[in-house]
Design a protein around this ligand. Structure first.
Ligand code: GAP
Length: 450
């Protein structure tokens, strides 16, 4: 494993040079708190997102998918409490005009906290002329239509959850589910973070995958435990080491006022033990608020007891970008080779790897080898996401694919033309086997099952 202190630098550099993640708007000098996923990164992102959907929506019979709009009636955010409460405390330096999140300043996020004569020292200019903390709403807003006035104000959603609450009645009326059941969605959210940082850990635009699991309140404790186990199994699927995870039960007094229990699941990132995902028991707070503000009946009718009530909700929430970062950090390996070289590879779970297989012609100037390799590439690609590489020597190609985390590299050589076999090289062991082309698909299928 790489040196802990510069592991993040190594990960940022690897993800840039191998096409996982680029700085946002880079040719214009960037835009703080934004990152773009490149051709390789987008595959990892989709693999994680699709696996989440498969596990929590397709493989369950109590979950319904949703894809609600990013722009929602502004009343949604008044009802949910975001207009009033989605705020961070911030302080400004009157001298250099820099702005800081007060809690981050005190946690030493901008460097060691310094005070002079009882006053905060600005980490940027060193002066002590800081404003008192003011609250700052983290929602981005914009206007619908040509006129910028309050009646046209809309917010870019800071979470996907509210789309699920406002569609609760639609799902009830169209799908007729019985409690307990969930509504799941994933999608883009926006937060005007005062201090984005730590690569894709804290950004201003990111993807959430979350679900609202509606329950009869008398069952909440057991169902909360059930979801904690499910979350643990999901994090195991991502390849995360259980010893690097910490389940932080937020104590009374520190939780949001409507939550009766919240557990933040933290991961040992190179920059500290930080929140990766969370689960909260939000009672009937959200449905109650939306019922009050919309004046629409959002109750559920229980056939068994012939009673109407507002279901309570358990909310597991997963930041996709944080899941990607944890998965990459966990998979990063450095290995000393016998010849003194260092091999870097991403030991990603096979199922998550951006490409399952890379196909190489041993040489790129022998037509019969290249055309055979293209044939093999097409066969493999019809089944798995595969990539082609004929640049540089084989050693360089292995290095590239190792850094991408491609589990298997297939080389077509002179012997292939004679006996229709290829070499398959394993990312983790670097061992090579000769496999008949006719058995390749079955060979990879079998490996991917494990
Ligand atoms: N609906 C509940 C909700 O949004 P949250 O704790 O505010 O809860 C959920 O956010 C998850 O979103 C977090 O557990 C984290 O994984 C991710 N997240 C939050 N802020 C983020 C940011 N600025 N950049 C990247 N991911 C973020």
């Amino acid at each position: 494993m790489g040196n802990k202190d510069n592991l993040m630098e190594k990960v940022v550099s690897l993800t840039k040079r191998r096409g996982f993640i680029y700085p946002g708007s880079e040719i214009y000098g960037g835009l703080a708190g934004t990152w773009d996923y490149g051709p390789v990164g987008v595959e990892l992102k989709r693999n994680i997102r699709n696996a989440w959907w498969k596990r929590f929506v397709h493989e369950r019979s109590d979950m319904f998918g949703l894809d609600s709009a990013i722009l929602m009636n502004a009343k949604t955010w008044e009802a949910s409490g975001h207009v009033e409460g989605f705020v961070d405390p911030m302080v400004d330096c009157r001298d250099c005009k820099s702005r800081f999140r007060e809690d981050h300043l005190k946690e030493g996020k901008y460097g060691e906290l310094k005070e002079k004569d009882g006053k905060l020292v600005c980490p940027n200019c060193g002066k002590t002329d800081m404003t008192d903390p003011k609250t700052f709403n983290m929602m981005f807003n914009t206007w619908i239509g040509p006129v910028e006035e309050t009646s046209n104000l809309v917010y870019l959603r800071p979470e996907t959850a509210q789309g699920m609450f406002v569609n609760f009645k639609n799902v009830l009326d169209t799908m007729h589910p019985k409690l307990p059941f969930g509504i799941a969605q994933d999608g883009r959210v926006f937060r005007n973070e005062i201090t984005p940082g730590d690569f894709i850990f804290r950004v201003r635009e990111f993807d959430l995958m979350e679900f609202e699991y509606f329950i009869d309140p008398k069952n909440w404790k057991d169902l909360f435990e059930m979801w904690l186990k499910e979350i643990g199994a999901w994090l195991d699927f991502l390849g995360l080491d259980a010893e690097k995870l910490f389940y932080h039960d937020i104590p009374d007094g520190e939780r949001a006022h409507y939550s009766l229990r919240t557990v933040d699941i933290e991961y040992q990132f190179p920059f500290g033990m930080k929140e990766l995902c969370a689960i909260a028991y939000r009672t009937d707070y959200d449905l109650k608020k939306h019922q009050e503000h919309s004046k629409k009946d959002l109750t559920y009718f229980d056939e068994k007891t012939k009673s109407r009530f507002l279901p309570h909700v358990l909310e597991p929430t997963f930041g996709l970008d944080r899941a990607i970062l944890a998965t990459i950090v966990q998979a990063y390996r450095e290995e000393q080779l016998a010849n003194g070289d260092t091999r870097i590879f991403l030991k990603l779970p096979h199922i998550l790897a951006p490409y399952k297989v890379a196909v190489f012609p041993l040489v790129s100037n022998k037509e019969d080898i290249v055309s055979k390799a293209i044939e093999v590439y097409k066969t493999v690609k019809s089944r798995f996401n595969a990539t082609w590489d004929d640049i540089g020597n084989i050693g360089k190609r292995y290095r590239r694919q190792d850094e991408i985390g491609t589990p298997w590299c297939v080389t077509i050589d002179h012997q292939t033309l004679e006996d229709k076999t290829v070499t398959v090289r394993d990312r983790d062991s670097m061992e090579q086997e000769r496999i008949p082309i006719s058995e390749l698909i079955g060979y990879f299928d079998e490996k991917l099952k494990r």
